[in-house]
Ligand binder design. Structure first.
Ligand code: NAP
Ligand code: SF4
Length: 683
């Protein structure tokens, strides 16, 4: 295979690596790279980058991939001038992509995505005149002729995709987009042939698939992404899901991919608090009733989980989008029995979906090269140096491994007894256990690249003297507060709270409602002696969020049952803005809702007066009050640890400062890993 991963013992994941025979064609394994909008689809000038992005994943062994969504016309745009395939002149740029993928013996389908009322522009159309809670414009209701025109547009896009060399298309029929909006009465109040009875409401997707099949012939893959669990009120019933599946099969689909939850659903479906493979049971139930190859999705992020889904007969393929952003070589590493070398997606959404929804090019927190393959290249150095990296947190780890991979001689100094820095706190937060994987990945990569790791070693000037270059990545420390009573024994900083070195009472006030304040609250709510958190237990997760696979759309008449909170928590900030405003676009609501459900009291507009035996004294609107608490936990941001900078500069050394040591404000793992990688590629 020429992958560089050559330890073939026996086939380690026999189901995952088995070809899938589709009759007219065959997929070389069971991995479908799910559609992910990267932002590179929108401009013709970015297609060489898009082609390089797909080429790396094709080379990495993926069997079948699906592009980000392309609108069939202007009305279907996600946003003004976003990706669309409507005209013949647009075909040429797509050939770059299809050729790049075929050169590496993989297959690729173009996703046709009509946003309907989810579009962020005034030209949006839908089944009826409605406005979604997550979009700013009200959609215009289409006439019957207008609906037929949309079907024609889908068919035209499919034909153009075929001309561009795609192996097929995926018709996006889930997540609450245009097609979903026709399927359910909450958004379809039509009285024509596309409204009323379910047979009428499903006419749109069935006609789209039927007409694409007629136009593109038999030897063309048609994947239909079917919303099997809407997770919104008045969503599709299970009988309707099955009826649609059977009709879509009859209309000529090749594969049915699973969709879980509309974008406006208030239940997390892919974020890190969602247990791995939490929703594959839905696909399994569908597979038992509709005789067509089906694809399972959502939170499948390791070869072990993927294999288990396939081996247990839940699905014929597994879809992974973000895990392949995180590691383009995922499949080859699995095939070579090298899963421990996989850079695992931690389901944070911070650099992928959060970027997409902010109109930025997507990337990946744990792999800053994702979607930047042509810009951030790791090549062997021509002049190897002796490099010291100070600090084995995310920034230092990325810098040390990348520099060593390029051929530099690297020594990594870490004052603590383990690598990981702030990751070691993050991994203790319920719902963030995936950080264990990132630490495991870096541990392996340090070994593979030959970095000399010196744990329990606080690097000082004498130790750094022999090095040509020093990378200072010593991270951050909690910001101390000046407040009367700050030395009271009830006061603890977040590091000592989360690492468990200080016992914490039942009543707690948290000063600071940023990312760490939220994490600390989440940590303190849980009973850590229970062993598992809801993010590791699907039954518990469903109970907390009110999901029942037997209920209509998974939620109708299901009451969420919050887990008992271990503590009474006040989460405080001085600002009057929404707490956690700076959290991720696609994750902030989940964290806020989780804490609210558990009874955490958000208090804003606070001034802190003093701390004494009675608790924390605060004022709001100049009205003093006392929070009677056992502990006050300080989560008021951080300061850089950069004590070595001046002596290093004075000694004339080349010094690069990265991560939190450079700028403590708003430091997160995304910036840390990116800066670590970027500094190492220029040395
Ligand atoms: P942060 O997000 O900047 O929050 C610091 C908090 O402390 C704010 O709520 C601020 O609110 C308060 N504060 C600042 N100075 C203060 C002072 N002198 N006295 C009292 N309160 C003060 O920092 P962080 O929470 O330490 O997080 C660090 C970084 O990690 C951030 O970039 C964060 O986004 C990221 N992170 C993200 C997540 C996540 O997405 N889930 C989780 C963990 C960390 P007021 O000024 O209004 O009081
Ligand atoms: Fe996964 Fe986070 Fe990377 Fe997105 S940014 S691919 S969620 S690790």
């Amino acid at each position: 295979m020429g992958t560089g991963y050559t330890t073939y013992i026996s086939m380690p994941y026999p189901n995952l690596l088995q070809p899938l025979d589709l009759g007219f064609t065959s997929i070389k394994n069971r991995v479908l790279m799910g559609s992910m909008h990267t932002g590179l689809e929108d401009k013709a000038a970015d297609f060489p980058r898009l082609a390089a992005y797909f080429a790396e994943r094709a080379k990495g062994g993926v069997g079948l991939m699906v592009t980000g969504g392309f609108a069939p016309n202007v009305a279907g745009w996600l946003a003004p001038f976003s990706s669309m395939l409507r005209f013949g002149y647009q075909v040429k740029r797509h050939r770059l992509v299809t050729r790049a993928v075929h050169d590496h013996d993989s297959k690729i389908c173009l996703q046709i995505l009509h946003a309907g009322r989810y579009g962020y522009h005034p030209l949006i159309v839908s089944a009826s005149k409605t406005r979604s809670p997550i979009a700013p414009f009200t959609a215009r209701a289409l006439s019957t002729r207008g609906v037929h025109a949309q079907i024609k547009a889908y068919v035209r896009t499919a034909k153009l995709a075929q001309q561009a060399g795609y192996d097929g298309v995926e018709v996006m029929g889930s997540e609450g987009y245009f097609i979903n909006q026709f399927l359910v009465q909450r958004t379809n109040q039509r009285t024509d042939e596309f409204g009323g009875s379910y047979a009428n409401r499903m006419r749109l997707p069935v006609e789209i698939v039927r007409q694409i099949r007629a136009a593109c012939g038999d030897n063309f893959i048609i994947i239909y992404r079917l919303s099997m669990l809407d997770l919104v009120p008045q969503g599709s019933s299970w009988d309707e899901v099955i009826e649609l599946g059977q009709a879509i099969k009859q209309a000529g689909a090749t594969l049915i991919n699973t969709g879980i939850g509309w974008h406006e659903a208030r239940i997390p479906t892919i974020l890190t608090p969602v247990p791995r493979a939490a929703f594959t049971e839905v696909t399994a139930r569908f597979r038992a009733q509709v005789d067509i190859p089906v694809v399972a999705v959502n939170r499948i992020n390791t070869p072990e989980v993927a294999e288990e889904v396939l081996a247990s007969g839940q699905a014929d393929m597994v879809s992974m989008a973000r895990p392949l952003l995180a590691d383009a070589e995922f499949v080859n590493k699995a095939a070579a029995n090298q899963a421990r070398r996989i850079n695992t997606c931690i389901a944070c959404n911070q650099a992928c979906l959060d970027h997409t929804f902010s109109n930025k090019t997507a990337s990946c927190l744990v792999n800053p090269r994702a979607c930047h393959e042509t810009l951030l290249t790791i090549t062997p150095t021509r002049s190897p140096q002796q490099i010291a990296v100070v600090g084995a947190g995310p920034a230092g780890l990325a810098a040390a491994c990348t520099a060593a991979e390029r051929g530099h001689k690297v020594v990594l100094f870490e004052a603590a007894g383990e690598i990981g820095g702030q990751f070691n706190l993050a991994k203790r937060i319920p719902g963030k256990e995936e950080f264990h994987e990132t630490i495991r990945y870096f541990q392996q990569r340090l070994q593979d690249t030959g970095v000399e790791l010196r744990l329990n070693t606080a690097a000082g000037m004498p130790a750094l003297q022999p090095f040509d270059t020093v990378i200072l990545a010593a991270g951050v420390k909690p910001r101390p507060l000046r407040l009367p009573g700050i030395d009271h024994p009830m006061v603890v900083d977040y590091m000592h709270c989360i690492n468990g070195s200080e016992p914490i009472g039942r009543r707690v006030a948290i000063i600071g409602a940023g990312g760490i304040g939220f994490d600390t609250a989440e940590f303190l709510l849980h009973d850590h002696s229970a062993g598992t958190s809801p993010s590791q237990d699907t039954e518990l997760f469903f109970k907390i969020w009110g999901v029942d696979l037997d209920a209509r759309a998974g939620i109708e008449n299901v009451k969420p049952t919050p887990a008992p909170a271990m503590r009474e928590i006040h989460l405080l900030q001085r600002k009057t803005s929404k707490p956690g405003k700076g959290l991720g676009k696609t994750s902030g609501w989940v964290h806020r809702l989780t804490l609210r459900k558990a009874g955490v009291k958000f208090v804003t507009g606070v001034s802190y007066d003093r701390i004494d035996d009675d608790g924390l004294h605060i004022s709001i609107d100049d009205q003093p009050q006392t929070l009677v608490v056992d502990n006050v936990v300080i989560c008021a941001g951080q300061l850089s640890v950069d004590d070595l900078l001046q002596p290093l500069q004075q000694s004339g050394k080349t010094v690069h400062v990265i991560g939190g040591a450079k700028i403590a404000a708003e430091i997160d793992a995304k910036r840390a890993i990116k800066e670590g990688t970027e500094v190492a590629v220029i040395l």
